[in-house]
Design a protein around this ligand. Structure first.
Ligand code: TMP
Length: 235
């Protein structure tokens, strides 16, 4: 599988076309941004970790019945994926209070919820990805009712599988963001699942093992990504 043309460059990944119109190659970068690109930096080794971690988790999710865009890992940083049309919704699931939820609700971080929450943001950098609900999404024709139903079902399923799996690594899955795409009329999981897009806390020490170390200048950013990768035991 060969890269043809650069189709799109995002904050953390580049996307290339291939000979096959149904297949793209994603290339993960070490670049890190926060607060809608206002804070910029590099997390050395992040690209390879996020690529390999995403592929490992997507394969696991496929086995559990969640369809994904994953096709084949090409090397440390690059993966062949199904070409989807991204649904412009960021889907956020939370098991514990943290981040924008804790701020909005005036709560400490780390309070366990009775049941997981799900929320949508409209994927639009100019607007800063505003929080919206299902009715906004329907009114603006961002997705159909059936698509939102499938997205909701798969998102909670991803949470169940990942929460149990991270628990076995002594990691608490605090919250995460996922994205979905349309592929020949079907909704499938796309983008990535990595320390960039999840909050992952050590279960005993509550040490943050995710991008909050970069967002909040907590130090040891690379170490945190490597620790998650080490616990996953990939290869
Ligand atoms: P939040 O608490 O800042 O709303 O973030 C919720 C989750 O979503 C957290 O795991 C980090 C992730 N996230 C992204 O992946 N991309 C983003 O742009 C933002 C704001 C959050």
């Amino acid at each position: 599988m060969e890269k043809k043309e650069l189709l799109y460059e995002g904050k953390a990944k580049k996307v290339y076309t291939t000979e096959d119109p149904d297949v793209l190659i994603v290339s993960y970068k070490d670049d890190a941004t926060a607060f809608n690109g206002q804070k910029k930096g590099t997390i050395v080794g992040k690209g390879a970790i996020n690529n390999r971690m995403t592929n490992y988790l997507f394969k696991k999710l496929e086995e559990k019945g969640v369809p994904t865009h994953y096709i084949q890992e090409l090397n440390d940083r690059e993966t062949a994926v199904k070409k989807v049309e991204i649904v412009p919704l960021e889907v956020i699931i939370r098991n514990f209070s943290a981040g924008s939820f804790a701020k909005k609700m005036g709560m400490e971080e780390g309070v366990a919820f009775k049941c997981p929450t799900l929320e949508f943001s409209y994927k639009n950098d100019e607007l800063g990805d505003p929080f919206i609900n299902k009715y906004y999404a329907l009114a603006l024709d961002l997705a159909t009712e059936e698509e939102i139903e499938a997205i909701t079902k798969y998102a909670f399923q991803v949470n169940e599988v990942m929460r149990e799996y991270f628990d076995s690594l002594n990691i608490e899955l605090i919250d995460f963001k996922i994205e979905f795409g349309r592929y020949h009329g079907q909704i499938i999981l796309a983008d990535e699942i990595s320390p960039d897009t999840c909050r992952l806390w050590d279960k005993d020490t509550h040490e943050k093992l995710d991008k909050d170390r970069f967002r909040r200048d907590l130090g040891n950013v690379e170490d945190a990504y490597q620790e998650v990768f080490r616990r996953l035991g990939i290869d």
